[in-house]
Design a protein around this ligand. Structure first.
Ligand SMILES: [Zn+2]
Length: 287
């Protein structure tokens, strides 16, 4: 992932190559191609948007709820480029819009996009907009305009291979500073209108840096940060134990009385945690 500024500081631009990140998510959730694309786009945006935050412990959550068969997409991002996420329904199969063009908008449907930023303040910041198309990049651009009064261009792409693995994934987000001059905005709009889709760029061997240079054609551009982007889940047995403890003595005793091993699955990465009745007794003793 690369961060850059350009046009004398009037523009910020972020770009990421996320093939391995999205492939990890696909394997974790066993997603069908249209869900791989939908979740992969939101994860790619999440990696970039999360990395715009400054604090080590800052957390951003992107949540899409739609009336389409995917139902929802949830992505949590940290400032170091780590993201995790899951779809409401991983096994959606709907016809492509045309050969090679997955119908992400149709899979997501109509609904809302919510962005929550927890910067360690009293109240997390939260903004919500209606979905424009469910294609995700467009929805995020609309979110920036409406909820943050920021002019932006968001481009995201995930290409799924014939063996269903992720062949390409990446994207870029361009943001205008409030003081950006009209002619700068117009020139950038022309540049962006001429950009091929992200998956085409990546298939042609373009990188985050070269995509930034293409968008910023005609302007000075300075790359000021490079950081990894990865699909990482921070779940652990200890966290699962704490969440079981939090259900309270009575319910925990009932689970023990059932005498059965229980299984807790992490929503974000699909990892399974098993607890025997004896282990549950140990948790009860800690209460
Ligand atoms: Zn996990």
């Amino acid at each position: 992932m690369v961060h850059a500024s350009g046009a004398g500081g009037q523009v910020r631009i972020y770009a990421a190559y996320t093939k391995n990140l999205v492939e990890k998510a696909r394997i974790a959730h066993d997603t069908t191609p249209v869900v791989t694309a939908a979740l992969g786009r939101l994860l790619t945006a999440g990696a970039m948007m999360g990395s715009m935050m400054k604090g080590e412990n800052d957390v951003m959550t992107l949540r899409i709820k739609g009336d389409g068969p995917v139902q929802s997409l949830t992505v949590t991002a940290r400032s170091n480029g780590n993201v995790k996420g899951y779809p409401g329904q991983p096994h959606v199969d709907i016809p492509p819009l045309r050969p090679g063009k997955l119908n992400v908008g149709g899979a997501v449907g109509k609904g809302t996009l919510t962005v929550i930023r927890d910067l360690g303040l009293k109240e997390p910041y939260s903004g919500s907009v209606d979905l424009v198309s469910g294609e995700i990049a467009e929805d995020l651009s609309y979110y920036y305009a409406v909820s943050e009064q920021t002019g932006s261009a968001v481009a995201l792409g995930v290409l799924v291979d014939t063996d269903l693995s992720v062949r390409q994934a990446g994207g870029y987000i361009l943001q205008m500073m409030p003081f950006a001059e009209e002619e700068v905005i117009e020139r950038l709009e022309r540049n962006i209108a001429q950009m091929p889709p992200v998956t085409t760029l990546l298939e042609n061997g373009e990188t985050p840096e070269s995509m930034i240079r293409m968008v910023m054609d005609g302007f000075d551009t300075e790359i000021y940060e490079r950081l990894p982007a990865d699909f990482v889940c921070d779940c652990s047995r200890e966290r699962v134990e704490r969440s079981i403890i939090s259900i309270g003595k009575k319910d925990l005793q009932e689970m023990i009385d059932d005498g059965e091993e229980i299984e807790v699955n992490c929503q974000f990465c699909g990892k399974h945690y098993r607890m025997t009745p004896d282990e549950l007794k140990g948790l009860l003793a800690r209460l």
